[in-house]
Design a protein around this ligand. Structure first.
Ligand code: ADP
Ligand code: MN
Length: 256
């Protein structure tokens, strides 16, 4: 396809070679014309300066290591999350987006929902960060691409909580419950997909990631999502330390 080759060439002028980022199969599934155009815009705006290897291939998105120039002109790492336009879990996305008053009135085509989803992850990360809760700093988004702070050391991402706990299990449990409470009480958000996979263990403690589906307490299903988050965390810690009853935790967090 001529458009794709053209964008590939334009990106190459900036020294960006998509083919290096991943296997040919992934490349084809992720980097369609719309995605290449979004990437080109981010590169042209100097938000992305290089693309590195794949960090993760998930159900809906791929995460890549990338380079970014900071305010002082220094090269720093970034994580680039690309929601696939072809193979996303579109039905779940619509369900969350359409109940969120912040996204009232968006068009309902497949692409528009994915663009709104990307923007929603950006907004949720900003809101979490502003409340002083550890999460990657969001840098920018365009269409289905989110650029954020890379959480890791060198080229290696921090481990997920399932692989590594900060301190004893009891301490990690307390810290996780504290994050759920702060997210609800200070950022007014419910994560909605919280598990040992979506919390990273950094050198200073736990860090929340993967927040596209997070909703405000006004969402009609906010309480269901909050209760499910608490249950997931209790399940993970059940055989590791003493856990608190989930109803008690729920009441404690929502303050009822
Ligand atoms: P998915 O929707 O595919 O689950 P996530 O946002 O959870 O997407 O990212 C998938 C994985 O990629 C994470 O579990 C984590 O290991 C890694 N990852 C995501 N964001 C970052 C980041 N900002 N820095 C470092 N690693 C990240
Ligand atoms: Mn995830």
């Amino acid at each position: 396809d001529g458009r794709i080759e053209y964008l590939d060439r334009k990106l190459a002028e900036f020294g960006i070679r998509i083919k290096d980022a991943d296997s040919q199969k992934v490349t084809g599934e992720v980097f369609d014309e719309v995605t290449l155009l979004a990437l080109y815009k981010l590169v042209n705006k100097k938000i992305i300066s290089s693309m590195g290897g794949s960090i993760s291939t998930g159900k809906e998105a791929n995460v890549f290591l990338a380079g970014k120039t900071d305010e002082n002109g220094e090269e720093i790492s970034a994580a680039v999350k690309i929601y696939r336009l072809r193979t996303g879990n579109f039905t779940t996305m619509s369900e969350y987006i359409l109940g969120d008053p912040r996204f009232a009135g968006i068009r309902r085509t497949h692409k528009d929902i994915i663009f709104a989803w990307t923007k929603k992850e950006y907004s949720n990360l900003s809101r979490t960060k502003e409340a002083g809760i550890p999460c990657p700093t969001p840098y920018a988004f365009d269409r289905n691409i989110l650029v954020m702070e890379f959480l890791g050391e060198g080229n290696i991402p921090y481990p997920q909580m399932r692989q590594c706990l900060p301190g004893t299990p009891a301490e990690a449990y307390e810290e996780t419950i504290g994050l759920i409470r702060d997210l609800y009480q200070k950022a007014r958000l419910v994560h909605g997909d919280l598990s040992e996979y979506n919390i990273l263990t950094g050198p200073d403690g736990l860090i929340l990631i993967d927040m596209a589906q997070a909703v405000t307490p006004e969402h009609p299903r906010a309480y269901n999502f909050l209760f499910r988050d608490i249950k997931n965390i209790n399940r993970f810690f059940a055989n590791k330390c003493k856990t608190t009853d989930e109803h008690e935790l729920f009441r404690n967090i929502v303050g009822e």
